[in-house]
Design a protein around this ligand. Structure first.
Ligand code: AMP
Length: 626
């Protein structure tokens, strides 16, 4: 390469010694890799330390602008995580562009795709070599912005063609990989964080924290370059990771990990992080998708908060109490310490199957508002009034949350004009009367109980289930909030709704390590007359590898119809399945579907005749909806 030769000459002149020239030049050439070359080097090793070293070395060889963009690309994204920009370029469009630019036919593309399993590598193999061309990361970044802004597939196609045409095949390979969001070089964002710490100094913890707050690995890199990681500020409307809970087997275990436990009901709805700033309110789901549209009645109440805030809670279908005024008194006084009776007077959650009707809707009809009102049960606060609270103990966060919700109540009490008119109308449609004072707010501070003995915990558990909730969450009052982590500071105690003994009617090959074995089972219960099996669900997990191997052999020998990927089988194998919830559903011919079904065990001790019937299933469904 000319550049390399020039560099060698330059160095020789400077160093004067062949030995040091080779050493210095070697390390420089290594670090003068382009981003695609770096990606190839990363993919060629499985060792994490080596991967981070390669990334760090590459980043250091770039200008801060190039490094910032590269960090985003190396995380497998065209844009920083917090941004809403998307390319909106599907696989079909990319396929057509690669076909066009390569001049190859469909069969050649399909063969290459079979070989590599991703379109980026297909582009790398089939696009023609064009000497003297190439695009650098900044140009690619600009092209991505243009593609994102372009309207319609025709406009986008022209721009995609343009950037791929200018690229070398190796560059095209990685441009396509980033566009499809699938780098496949064994590099996670966490390794890029490590590389940033390695390249620019700053501890890994500082880099992780800045990236968590900003949701932008490129911006994080810039702060690291300037030695300003500690100045990273929370970016509103970019969701933080959710703290997760570990399951426990018994009440004793529930109190074994920490000294002081706060106990809350475990509500069966959808987890939601609310961001409130300057009257704007947005909700994010556990997958970090925005879900505000599905719950248009919630933002208005939160918009009255006196300070910016990030809250954590669960959106549930809520049965409001018949006497709102009385419940209001309770709400106003019920904060982190709650009594049973107070909790009951707030109203109660309805089953997840009810909430389900509200999920994923872009438009919520008036009928839906009336029939399935929702509430946001808030149990944590992560940020308020400029302060990030995740490093404070839960005890303190709970107090701050109480104060915040109380303040919000005051706002509700005194409003009723101007921008809040919409709320009043909404509440009117909900049928709680038009006066704010007589309504129960739909933002409810989740009541907190205390338990010091396993017996108390069992009692609370029974009470939570009697209220129709799944069980309990037990939280360490001394714990900080760990975004995205599942630890022992939050524990979940729930019992399965029930189990059913079912008969396997069809089987499928599994995925991943279960690719060659029949591990996915469709199962059925008997209909009323016991003359027909009706499917009720499908389960993937629960059996050991040995059991699955045995079952595979049996199912292969007892196949009724081989439909390729799926086989209907002789209905002889009985399984015990557990599940969290049951729904009415068109999916299976029983008219029901199970939520989170898992195989508890094989029941070789039972014949198919002894499996449960649709009646037993119906009983469980009715009990759950009482
Ligand atoms: P699981 O989905 O079984 O892993 O249980 C954890 C989930 O329970 C959380 O992600 C929340 O969506 C939900 N949850 C319900 N009530 C609470 C609560 N009081 N505190 C925390 N999480 C809760």
């Amino acid at each position: 390469m000319d550049v390399k030769r020039q560099m060698r000459q330059h160095l020789r002149a400077k160093q004067g010694s062949t030995v040091s020239f080779i050493l210095v030049a070697d390390s420089i050439f290594k670090s003068m890799r382009t981003l695609p070359e770096t990606c190839e080097a990363i993919a060629s090793t499985t060792k994490k330390l080596q991967k981070t070293a390669i990334v760090a070395e590459y980043l250091k060889s770039c200008t801060p602008d190039e490094a910032a963009v590269s960090a985003v690309f190396l995380s497998g994204r065209p844009f920083p995580a917090w941004e809403e920009a998307t390319l909106q370029v599907g696989g079909a469009l990319l396929w057509r562009v690669v076909e066009e630019l390569s001049g190859k036919n469909e069969a050649a593309l399909t063969a290459a795709y079979r070989k590599h399993g991703d379109l980026g590598s297909v582009a790398g193999e089939l696009l023609p070599e064009r000497s003297g061309q190439g695009v650098n990361v900044l140009e690619v970044s600009r092209a991505f912005r243009q593609i994102s802004a372009a309207r319609g597939p025709a406009e986008k196609t022209v721009l995609v063609c343009d950037v791929l045409q200018r690229a070398t095949p190796l560059e095209a390979k990685y441009i396509v990989k980033i566009m499809t969001g699938d780098l496949r070089i064994g590099l996670k964002e966490s390794l890029v964080e490590e590389a940033i710490a390695k390249a620019y100094g700053g501890t890994l913890a500082e880099v992780q924290r800045a990236n968590m707050l900003l949701g932008d690995i490129g911006e994080t890199l810039r702060l690291a370059v300037e030695g300003k990681l500690s100045e990273a500020k929370m970016r509103m409307f970019h969701p933080l990771g959710f703290m997760l809970a570990s399951p426990i087997e018994s009440a004793e275990e529930g109190l074994s990990y920490f000294v002081e436990a706060a106990v809350e009901d475990k509500y069966d709805g959808v987890r939601a992080q609310a961001h409130v700033s300057d009257g704007e309110v947005r909700f994010f789901s556990r997958t970090r998708d925005e879900i505000t549209e599905s719950f248009p009645e919630l933002p208005d109440t939160l918009a009255g908060l006196p300070q910016d805030a990030v809250l954590d809670g669960e959106i549930v279908a809520w049965e409001y109490p018949p006497n709102p005024a009385r419940a209001r008194e309770v709400v106003d006084k019920t904060f982190s310490e709650a009594g049973e009776e107070k909790a009951a007077r707030l109203g109660r959650a309805r089953p997840f199957s009810v909430l389900q009707q509200r999920l994923g809707r872009k438009k919520v009809s008036g009928k839906m508002f009336r029939e399935v009102p929702v509430a946001y049960l808030v149990f944590d606060v992560l940020y308020t009034g400029g302060d990030l609270l995740i490093d404070r103990p839960l005890r303190e966060r709970a107090r701050i949350l109480d104060a915040l919700v109380l303040a919000e109540r005051k706002v509700i009490h005194h409003r009723g004009t101007g921008s809040h008119r919409k709320t009043k109308e909404l509440q009117g449609t909900l049928g709680f009367g038009s006066e704010a004072e007589t309504t129960v707010p739909n933002i409810i501070r989740a009541p907190v109980f205390r338990a010091v003995s396993p017996e108390e915990l069992e009692e609370l558990f029974a009470a939570a289930q009697a209220r129709g909730n799944e069980g309990l969450m037990i939280k360490d009052l001394a714990s900080t909030y760990s975004p995205g982590k599942r630890g022992k500071s939050w524990l979940k105690m729930k019992r399965e709704l029930a189990t059913l003994d079912v008969v396997v009617t069809a089987v499928e090959y599994g995925h991943g390590k279960r690719i060659g074995v029949l591990s996915d089972y469709t199962f059925a219960v008997w209909d009323t007359n016991k003359d027909r099996l009706v499917n009720i669900g499908k389960a993937y997990s629960g059996l050991t590898d040995v059991e699955i191997a045995e079952m595979t052999k049996w199912f292969l020998e007892h196949t009724l119809e081989d439909q390729g990927f799926r086989r209907t089988v002789e209905p002889k194998i009985v399984l015990e399945v557990a599940f969290n919830n049951m729904m009415q559903s068109e999916r299976h011919d029983s008219g029901y579907a199970l939520r989170f079904p898992r195989i508890v065990r094989l029941r070789p001790d039972k014949t198919a005749d002894e499996a449960d019937t649709i009646e037993q299933a119906r009983e469980i469904y009715e009990k759950q909806n009482k």
